[in-house]
Design a protein. Structure first.
Length: 61
């Protein structure tokens, strides 16, 4: 089996269209249920509060 670094390298070699296809298919490959995926999407808006210039210094921690 490939290491995580090998997988990351392979993803980086994909063109944008292939990366988008992978992004679309990845939740099912990782066995993430549609319900869990929907919950994650719904939770994203809760983090919008932290998306501002004052907190940008913490983005790379």
């Amino acid at each position: 089996m490939s290491s995580v670094q090998e997988i990351e390298d392979a993803i980086e070699r994909l063109d944008v269209k292939q990366q988008m296809q992978l992004l679309h298919e990845l939740p099912s490959k990782l066995k993430i249920s549609p319900e869990d995926l929907a919950a994650l999407k719904n939770a994203e808006s809760a983090f919008a509060f932290w998306d501002n210039p004052d907190d940008a210094v913490y983005d790379q921690l």
